[in-house]
Unconditional design. Sequence first.
Length: 243
Amino acid sequence: MYYEIHGEGKPLVLIHGGGSTIQTTFGNILPLLIGKHKVIAVELQAHGHTKDRDTPESFEQDADDVAALLNYLKINKADLFGFSNGGNTAMQVATRHPQLVDKLILASAFYKREGMMKGFFDGLENANLRDMPALYKEAYLEINNDSIGLQRMFEKDKARMLQFKDWKDEVLFSIKFPCLIIIGDKDVITPEHAVEMAHKIPNAELLILPGTHGSYIGEAMTAERYSKIPALTLSVIQEFLEK
């Protein structure tokens, strides 16, 4: 499992989105986080520098992989920041390995299918590799010049989403740590779903910002040139982590 460690301070684990790498998800904000935290940025199964294995992807397995890495690094407790599918993984770390978690940031994450924008799953049914954003394909191939691996990652990401079954409310009720939920007002996750999550996680705060999926952190696909929203997002995140 590939990981990078940057900076000093309290550990902050960054978990990227589906089809992504550390850089495509967090590249624009990573330098701003390094000065305040010991940032541990990971790449999950079949993504970026991390090789695939002969098992399906699952949020539960990804969570176990993150926990195994923290144990390997002898980190007893860390803050977790997951974006998109990485947010789902972070929730699973919080429920499967709660002893490792101090604070949780869930950016554009979901726990029920109905939380996704209308038509999302219907569109995914017929999606193929040609529909994957070119920027993500280029980022993968720059790291791994392996078109078969790229196809395999796409198929596994797609299968994981299509086979997703709603998590029980108890999953959210069990998250006792301080939690910051972030979403864009034009995200693929509906604002109503984010509000529902914030009500069900006992110590949750909710931040809804103008923008699309990840534009509020300068995610590579949705970053808006000259936008000041990512700086605003970072200031809220830093205040949350420093409380």
